[in-house]
Design a protein around this ligand. Structure first.
Ligand code: SFD
Ligand code: AMP
Length: 657
């Protein structure tokens, strides 16, 4: 027993007004914004206490940990209504346009702040040194994206968040496991519980409201990187689905959890393609040098996918679809022609400018996906001399990139035409009172990226202060005693201590399963039955039935996970969150009987896009006591009128549901 002194944790209970869970882009935005409104309340004689808790260290936590080389949402000279049109088109016609518009109209102010705090933003010749807010013209990759020198992006944003909130109000290295509902009102959140990943200590925070912004979900599916490549992924492996799982277990309604994201990436290193396609104008091709996007265009008609494309203009999933056809039919590998792109750019350059261009090509990855440079160096690839392979990755669940899984939220009150079911209370509050979310947490509104997630955190922070003030006399009371929560969170530790001496090999024991083995099992089920890479992203009702049975067994076995140290306790709960997220994903795919997102996944038994029956949101709720999911269709309402050049499918009426 003495080898394992962590059996009985110290319990720290705190009561505050507002808790921010996560220290990523959305939470940093919230931390930055919240204090302005807290100060205003203080001037009126009300003192609100705010705390931020992150499982890692805010300076380098979340998806932006390694840095980024672009800010993908900067509206600038564009109209926010066109931003809505762009997002709607990319997400196959179904988005919460009120939420998207809300991000679009506010996002630029956040980007201006990043620049003020020291983030270097590329400028067009002649405008160097002129800030964006004073009219400096950025180097745009696409219509919405701008280039940055972003290796220190997260440090810069974290510094501003810390300065606003005060380091004494930030608790790092605490992993939140559960949200607890209120004793008198099960539709209201009252507390969050978690544990320190460094000390034998358990934390319970009671509050009036909280922001759940713990990022997306990675490693739910078996990744392409296995064996010596294990641990490499495009989205951060430390995003474990905590946002979706904790929201679902607390009773919040999820939306579009079927909408995974499968990015096309530089093979093995997962280097993003945006700068290469949009800035360097590189061409992708099949093994025979053919432009597969042009070649396969007619093929979009087979299942009606062409209704969501206009010539070469099509959403991310459709671009994937055209690439996957090549791979399925044996015309891979897919190459991205970096040498021709660089040669074209270098045509009128001086040798010094060419060296700079080469440096930029490397820097694009050094800023955000360093592993890709490792692959290039390890395989002797000089991008100006040799093409690289592209590959669709394993699926990720997220709400801020070219995907829109997440939680169903109330939107702003001032967008004309907003129906009642889009707005029922505080902006970015979920269907659980006092539970707010932002960034990857908000469903049905993708393409926020880093800047939009930060902005959404700000939006949520402002309405959380209003919520806290409107509820200033309310006292949170947890439905369960603290002891019950401690027993639950430390169950993997107890299981280990009770059974560890039964065998001599610590990892082999009939009484427990290691978190690592649990993760392998989850990934195998998701990969083989829920449209992972091993079936080329295809599934059907029968496969999903098998998946459901296996996931149910895994849920039973989750009670048997062991933790031999705090690190494994972290892994155990991360994997539990992954399991609940995986379950939601599977149930949503099962419910939506069409292939709305070809190139992300296919229901092989319903290959068409079926606007008549499915141009709607799919929402779900989970009952953690019975383990049952309930799914329903929710009407989609178009708020922004289609432009002339939008795909035909966009103007097709939504399903009446
Ligand atoms: O190139 C708990 N993203 C890009 N955005 C851009 O603007 N430009 C790009 O260039 C982008 N690209 C890109 C991007 C991400 C990655 C990984 C790569 C490339 C390689 C997307 C953005 O990064 C993303 O949209 C935002 O970061 C989302 O913000 P947010 O706040 O929703 O998630 P987060 O930043 O990952 O933060 C999550 C936080 O939660 C913590 N956490 N804390 C306590 N308890 C728990 N249980 C917790 N679980 C998680 C985390 O530690 C973290 O602080 S490109 O591909 O297009
Ligand atoms: P990525 O690097 O793939 O994450 O993409 C960065 C940004 O560029 C996102 O806004 C993408 O939607 C966009 N993008 C990437 N590739 C393309 C492409 N081939 N055509 C249009 N937009 C793209």
């Amino acid at each position: 027993m003495s080898d394992y002194p962590f059996g009985n944790p110290e319990i720290v209970e705190e009561e505050i007004d507002i808790l921010l869970i996560g220290g990523g882009m959305a939470s940093c935005g919230a931390a930055f914004e919240v204090m302005k409104w807290v100060e205003a309340a203080r001037a009126d004689g009300v003192d609100l206490k705010v705390k931020l808790v992150d499982k890692a260290a805010v300076d380098r936590s979340g998806a932006v940990a390694m840095g980024l080389s672009a800010i993908n949402t900067y509206v600038g000279e564009n109209d926010p209504m066109d931003y809505v049109r762009y997002v709607r088109g990319d997400l196959m016609g179904i988005t919460r346009e009120d939420l998207v518009f809300d991000v679009g109209r506010h996002v630029d102010d956040s980007v201006h702040n990043f620049e003020k705090w020291g983030l270097p933003i590329w400028k067009q010749p002649g405008d160097e040194g002129k800030p964006l807010k004073d009219g400096g013209k950025p180097v745009r990759t696409g219509r919405w994206q701008i280039m940055i020198n972003g290796e220190s992006y997260k440090w810069i944003v974290a510094e501003a968040a810390k300065k606003a909130l005060g380091s004494e109000n930030i608790q790092e290295r605490v992993f939140i496991v559960r949200l607890e509902v209120d004793r008198n009102d099960p539709t209201r959140v009252a507390a969050a519980a978690g544990f320190s990943v460094r000390e034998n200590r358990l934390y319970v925070y009671k509050f009036k409201c909280c922001l759940l912004a713990a990022g997306g979900a990675v490693n739910v599916f078996r990744p392409r990187s296995v064996g010596e490549g294990t641990g490499r992924a495009w989205y951060p492996v430390w995003n474990a689905g905590s946002t979706y799982a904790m929201a679902a277990e607390c009773g919040a309604e999820l939306t579009l959890m079927e909408n995974r994201f499968v990015p096309a990436r530089f093979k093995d290193g997962y280097g993003p393609v945006g700068a290469w396609f949009l800035l360097f104008k590189a061409q992708a091709m099949n093994a025979f040098g053919e432009d597969y996007q042009k070649k396969n265009y007619e093929d979009l008609k087979t299942y009606g996918y062409d209704a969501y494309a206009v010539g070469p203009k099509m959403g991310t999933c459709l671009r994937n679809h055209l690439m996957m056809k090549e791979l399925k039919e044996g015309r891979g590998p897919i190459f991205i022609d970096t040498p021709s792109a660089m040669a074209r750019l270098a045509e009128n350059m001086t040798p010094e400018e060419i060296r700079h261009l080469e440096a930029e090509a490397w820097e694009d990855f050094l800023d955000m996906t360093i592993g890709q440079c490792g692959v290039w160096a390890g395989e002797n690839i000089e991008p100006d001399k040799q093409m690289s392979e592209l590959m669709p990755t394993e699926p990720y669940l997220l709400g801020s990139h070219a995907g829109c899984a997440g939680i169903w939220c109330s939107g702003p009150e001032d967008v004309p035409g907003t129906p009642d079911h889009y707005h029922w209370g505080y902006n970015r509050m979920t269907t659980i009172k006092g539970l707010f979310t932002a960034g990857d947490g908000v469903g049905a509104s993708g393409h926020k990226f880093s800047s939009g997630s930060f902005t959404e955190g700000r939006i949520a922070a402002k309405s959380m202060v209003k919520f806290a003030l409107d509820n200033r006399d309310w006292k949170p009371e947890m439905a369960r005693p603290v002891e019950a929560i401690v027993e639950e969170i430390y169950r993997p530790v107890r299981t280990f201590l009770a059974h560890k001496d039964y065998t001599t090999a610590i990892d082999v024991n009939p009484h427990y399963i290691t978190p690592k083995m649990f993760q392998f099992r989850l990934q195998k089920v998701m990969d083989e039955y829920v449209a992972g890479v091993s079936t080329m992203y295809q599934t059907n009702a029968k496969m999903l039935e098998v998946a459901e049975r296996k996931l149910e067994m895994l849920r039973e076995d989750s009670l048997k996970m062991r933790a031999k140290d705090l690190h494994e306790l972290l892994r155990a709960w991360e994997n539990y969150h992954r399991l609940i997220t995986a379950f939601a994903h599977m149930k949503h795919i099962q419910f939506r009987e069409e292939s709305r997102y070809p190139g992300y996944y296919y229901r092989a038994d319903f290959m068409e896009i079926d606007d008549k029956n499915w141009k709607c949101f799919v929402n779900s709720t989970f009952d953690r006591h019975t383990g049952k999911w309930q799914l329903r269709r929710v009407p989609y309402v178009q708020l922004v009128i289609p432009a002339n050049d939008e795909p035909e499918g966009i103007s097709r009426p939504a399903s009446p549901v």
